[in-house]
Design a protein around this ligand. Structure first.
Ligand code: SF4
Ligand code: MG
Length: 276
């Protein structure tokens, strides 16, 4: 970790020396940049941040940041982050990953992370495809998307992350777009500042397996409305959206879950407790 004893912080201070191996033009580059800018804006000390991920192209992100990081198992980033937050409530915990990792393999954890409402931010880099494993349909892929690995489409309706987050009890629900750098940076700032579980679902084009997603640059749009704390209104906004609106759909104060950590136990104590 670089020395951070200087005063003025920029996005660069939060980027590591590791060069991303994402395909040129991949949306994830812009999310990485927006996250680094958000951290600089908030002036959070590097050593107070932990970025936890699962598996997939997007889940490589901890390596590219000059913070603590953990590249975990497929779909398991959220429980890993919950464990980290339990033992280190002082840390800013940011979880990042893709649509396949978070909504399919990790779908169950997603529901309970929303419900539990621990104070952490979950950034889902959603490109509606499994990119790293070469283009299989993911939970957010539309049913009629025809690809080499899905010649007639899946015929299965898409997963609605925002609606499911709302139904499961998340207290901050937003959608961003990788191509809207300022808008996305602001959303991430708001999400990190929010007390509780904040979901930022970010549309991020996979230029290799879904080149048509480059069109999002023309079609994604900002919602110019204030966030609501009313569940019914939020549900109407989420279900009334064609999926191209960005902004905060719901923000409310829910009780934040933080298990007590008062009882310090040594490894020897724990081993004894679990002895059979
Ligand atoms: Fe990005 Fe797709 Fe390339 Fe993965 S395969 S790095 S998601 S463009
Ligand atoms: Mg994906």
């Amino acid at each position: 970790m670089k020395d951070q004893s200087h005063e003025a912080l920029t996005a660069k201070d939060y980027l590591s020396d590791v060069h991303p191996i994402w395909c040129p033009g991949c949306g994830h580059f812009f999310i990485l940049r927006a996250l680094a800018k958000a951290l600089a804006w908030l002036r959070i000390p590097n050593e107070q941040i932990a970025v936890v991920s699962g598996i997939g192209c997007s889940s490589r992100i901890p390596a590219y940041l000059n913070t603590y990081g953990f590249h975990g198992l497929h779909g398991r980033a959220l429980p890993l982050a919950a464990g980290l937050k339990t033992s280190r409530p002082d840390m800013h915990v940011i979880v990042a990953g893709g649509d396949g990792d978070g909504y399919s393999i990790g779908g169950n954890h997603f529901l309970h992370a929303c419900r539990r409402n621990m104070d952490m931010t979950y950034i889902v880099m959603d490109n509606e495809v499994y990119g790293m494993t070469k283009g299989q349909p993911s939970p957010t892929t539309e049913p009629d998307w025809e690809a080499k690995l899905a010649p007639h489409g899946t015929g299965i309706r898409t997963f609605n992350p925002l609606g499911i987050a709302l139904a499961s009890g998340a207290s901050f629900i937003a959608r961003g777009f990788a191509g809207d750098q300022n808008g996305l940076t602001k959303l991430i700032v708001d999400a990190i500042e929010h007390k509780g579980f904040s979901l930022v679902e970010v549309k991020s084009p996979c230029v290799t397996f879904r080149p048509e997603e480059k069109e999002w640059q023309k079609t994604m749009r900002r919602m110019n409305i204030e966030p609501t704390a009313d569940v019914i209104e939020a549900a109407q906004r989420i279900h009334g959206s064609d999926g191209l609106d960005t902004g905060i759909f719901y923000r409310a104060e829910h009780a934040v879950y933080q298990p007590g950590t008062s009882e310090e136990k040594s490894m020897a104590d724990l081993e004894k407790e679990f002895e059979v």
